[in-house]
Design a protein around this ligand. Sequence first.
Ligand SMILES: NC(=O)C1=CN([C@@H]2O[C@H](COP(=O)(O)OP(=O)(O)OC[C@H]3O[C@@H](n4cnc5c(N)ncnc54)[C@H](OP(=O)(O)O)[C@@H]3O)[C@@H](O)[C@H]2O)C=CC1
Ligand SMILES: CC(C)CCC[C@@H](C)[C@H]1CC[C@H]2C3=CC=C4C[C@@H](O)CC[C@]4(C)[C@H]3CC[C@]12C
Length: 272
Amino acid sequence: KVSPQTKEVLESRPVLYEFYRGMEVHPRLFGVDVKQLTNCRFGLLAWELLVVAFFVAGWTKHGFSLAHLSCAALQTIYLGKFYWWETGYFDTLDITLDRAGYYICWGCLVFVPAFYTYSSYYLVAHPPLLSDSVAILILLLGIVSIALNYRVDWEKEHFRAHKGKCYLWGYEATFINATYESSSGIRHSKLLTSGFWGIARHLNYAFEILAAFSWCLPGFGYGIWPFLYALFLTVLLVHRVFRDEEKCRVKYGAAWDKYCKAVPHRMIPGVF
Ligand SMILES: NC(=O)C1=CN([C@@H]2O[C@H](COP(=O)(O)OP(=O)(O)OC[C@H]3O[C@@H](n4cnc5c(N)ncnc54)[C@H](OP(=O)(O)O)[C@@H]3O)[C@@H](O)[C@H]2O)C=CC1
Ligand SMILES: CC(C)CCC[C@@H](C)[C@H]1CC[C@H]2C3=CC=C4C[C@@H](O)CC[C@]4(C)[C@H]3CC[C@]12C
């Protein structure tokens, strides 16, 4: 607010609200993108380091556990996938819509390391009760869910990168043409209606939740506590479905409604 880096004019709000929400979408500090630093560097690296530390702590305390290893390995694969796809993250709501305020900075610097790692932390004091064969099944379920989550995100990225001229699942991609107004005038976009994006509008979220449940499963038998992250994520992503769709409806208008008719389900075909 004091030293804006862009010409964007925001309506004035109470100062505490402005502090919480933030003022700028892409602020830089000494040339470094603030959100890339907080979200991708500090938050997610701390997540990985803590998951490894909790695995070593559990091993030292109770001996080696394949179920705890599955829990740590799945989160490591998930975070590895994130860094592989990091450029895709720059098209998400966090980067394109959310401002770099207290919410996102505190969320990534404090909430992600403290809460996103909770299922691993829980296993330090409560050793897994599951057999090695169940641990291997959990590992497989998690790997498949992470791969499917990545595949859904990849299909959209691939489709956009080729401006709609590409093949998905062996067929030419189908889409709905959409226009929207930006500061530089009318722009054109395409909404994919084939591949995974023809099955539900946010199938990536469904696989994300499945992946999270799979790395919480090694804590099975200790009640709800080891599953807190997966439950939180379910609430966060269902809320995000509505947030994202509100953004798209405002942006694309009738084309978005046409897309919702063509692909009627939000996250789970036939259910939601
Ligand atoms: N673990 C966690 O805490 C969280 C993880 N995630 C994960 O991050 C990843 C990205 O999620 P997120 O950015 O929220 O959501 P999406 O990747 O689903 O992106 C939504 C955006 O994609 C565009 N879009 C929507 N439908 C179509 C379509 N049919 N064809 C082409 N473009 C479309 C719209 O943007 P446009 O304006 O460009 O058209 C829309 O705003 C996911 O894998 C998700 O699971 C997300 C949130 C939390
Ligand atoms: C304080 C809480 C009530 C809200 C927490 C807000 C933020 C910490 C999180 C909101 C969205 C989250 C993320 C979005 C997408 C991601 C991609 C994924 O592959 C890795 C995780 C993440 C970067 C994730 C990180 C936490 C949020 C920014």
